[in-house]
Design a protein around this ligand. Structure first.
Ligand code: FUL
Ligand code: CA
Length: 501
């Protein structure tokens, strides 16, 4: 039996609420659920960098070598006209958003006054031993609006204890200096080249290490997390950013942001320098981790400056091509620009970088889809937050999304007038993971659609480079996705002609 004296007042209490529910439509669907691994906050911030520079500078600059043996006298390090502002402003003009300095290369020479060794700038004649290249570059980066990152070679061909436990403590002590004394660090770069012959404080021998266990990578990564929680960690196996697997500056097509680092051999453990890195060019569609690729390359044949390579500097056209094949495939572009013996970027390199930067600005500075109306086959039911117009608002935080059951969809840009372009730029909304498997781009030719490009994967960025087309309608077809597509950008640009195959 029901006790009416209780039920009635309760009904009366909820009556206004019930009435309100009946008259308002059901709440709009919330954002789509993320698919697969998703980026950390540090990775999301890193994705926005897209293109940044490497600075290789060391005793090698003065000895003409690529891999110093470790027996170089600190006396050789003596730039005659070091100018951190010239270096960093040249990189800024090129459009670089950050710079990673080789604070210590394989030869073990530290570009800062390390408390843990005398094999460093403090023992060099440069500035009477009072200089600090790390400080100078870090400060110049801050002045010119670039983020600063550090390369610290795990392999040290100078150190007496390399190969033994004591060296690992030394390595971490140096890492601690770099991550404590130079402000915010955006990326920590760990090289996979390690172990082999070297000076080792006079031993002059070959030292092999177990790459999987020697450095205690999990503890070292933890140290970075503690000291610089905003930094991403780069190595052959991530954990945040993976090496793309070549030093030629291009990513595979497609290049998935997700990856499971494979061991070098069956049954082994994947580690920096011990992984089947060839798989990194494409990544893994169903990889276990969000571990996007970084494509590194030098503007010259060598990583360090050598005068005899002054006539082999990459052209602006070549740099743009590499940009399209790295950034344009969802990877980052890490371009090495080595200072010369003066401690400046050589005029030839600076000229090429300047022209490259101009091309980037001229190409991507104007979105020819501005003012276009975006018409879509489906929008997430009744929720303006996921409207089609989000793909043309130049705001990476807003995106168009469909209903959950829709895995194939179209968005057409109706341009205010016919426009000529040769690059289409697409971005997925990364906090929801990499959702789109296959896509195609069509243009309207008056009496029908013509496909001008198609492929797999969009991710952080997809730049589709075609022959110039003139049209007033361009369409993106999401052919297949894992869940509702979520697209934050669909832009069109007119840039350099693509190289003919
Ligand atoms: C390699 C190194 O051995 C090269 O000297 C250079 O630093 C390059 C970026 O990584 O593994
Ligand atoms: Ca947007």
């Amino acid at each position: 039996m029901t006790d009416r004296s209780v039920v009635r007042p309760l009904v009366l209490l909820f009556l206004p609420l019930l009435a309100a529910c009946a008259s308002t439509p059901p709440p709009p669907p919330p954002a789509p659920a993320p698919f697969g691994p998703i980026p950390s906050p540090a990775q999301l911030a890193w994705h926005e960098r897209e293109f940044y520079a490497f600075i290789h500078f060391a005793p090698n600059t003065f000895t003409g070598r690529e891999w110093g043996y470790g027996d170089e006298s600190p006396g050789v390090f003596n730039p005659t006209d070091f100018d951190a502002d010239q270096i960093v402003s040249t990189l800024a003009d090129a459009g670089a958003t950050g710079a990673i300095l080789t604070c210590k290369h394989h030869d073990g020479f530290a570009l800062w006054d390390s408390a843990h060794t005398t094999h460093d700038v403090a023992s060099s004649p440069w500035m009477d031993g009072r200089g600090d290249v790390v400080r100078a570059i870090a400060d110049a980066c801050a002045r010119h609006g670039l983020a600063f990152g550090v390369y610290l070679s795990p392999w040290d061909r100078n150190h007496a204890e390399y190969g033994r436990p004591a060296y690992v403590n030394y390595f971490r002590a140096q890492l601690t200096e770099l991550l404590t004394n130079y402000g915010p660090i955006f990326e920590v770069w760990f090289d996979g080249a390690n172990g082999g012959d070297g000076y080792y404080a006079g031993a002059r021998e070959t030292r092999h290490i177990d790459r999987a266990t020697y450095y205690g990578w999990p503890e070292t990564f933890e140290l970075v997390r503690t000291l610089q929680p905003g930094a991403v960690i780069f190595s052959d196996i991530g954990p945040d950013v993976r090496w793309v697997g070549n030093e030629a500056g291009f990513a595979g097509d497609p290049c998935w942001a997700t990856y499971t680092p494979p061991p070098a051999e069956r049954g082994g453990v994947a580690a920096p320098g011990s992984t089947d890195y060839r798989q990194a060019e494409h990544g893994h569609r169903d990889g276990a981790f969000w571990m996007p690729a970084e494509a590194d390359v030098s503007i010259r044949p060598g990583w360090f400056y050598h005068e005899q390579e002054n006539d082999r500097v990459r052209s602006p056209e070549n740099l743009f091509d590499l940009y399209m094949k790295s950034v344009g495939r969802g990877a980052a572009f890490l371009l090495n620009v080595p200072p010369d013996r003066r401690g400046r970027i050589h005029e030839t390199d600076a000229a090429s970088l300047g022209a490259f930067g101009r091309t980037l600005r001229e190409t991507f500075g104007t979105d020819l889809a501005a003012g276009a109306r975006a018409v879509v086959s489906n929008t997430r039911t009744g929720n303006a937050a996921f409207a089609a117009s989000n793909v043309t608002d130049s705001d990476p935080q807003t995106y168009w999304a469909t209903d959950d059951q829709i895995h194939a969809a179209e968005v057409t840009l109706e341009l205010p007038a016919a426009r000529t372009f040769n690059i289409v730029s697409l971005r997925e909304f990364l906090p929801l993971g990499q959702r789109i498997d296959r896509w195609a781009i069509d243009v309207w030719r008056g009496d029908g659609w013509v496909e001008i490009g198609a492929g797999e994967a969009i991710g952080a960025r997809r730049l589709v480079w075609t022959d110039p087309v003139t049209t007033d309608r361009v369409r993106l077809r999401v052919v297949d996705a894992r869940g509702a597509p979520a697209i934050s950008e669909f832009a069109i640009h007119l840039g350099p002609l693509r190289p003919q195959p």
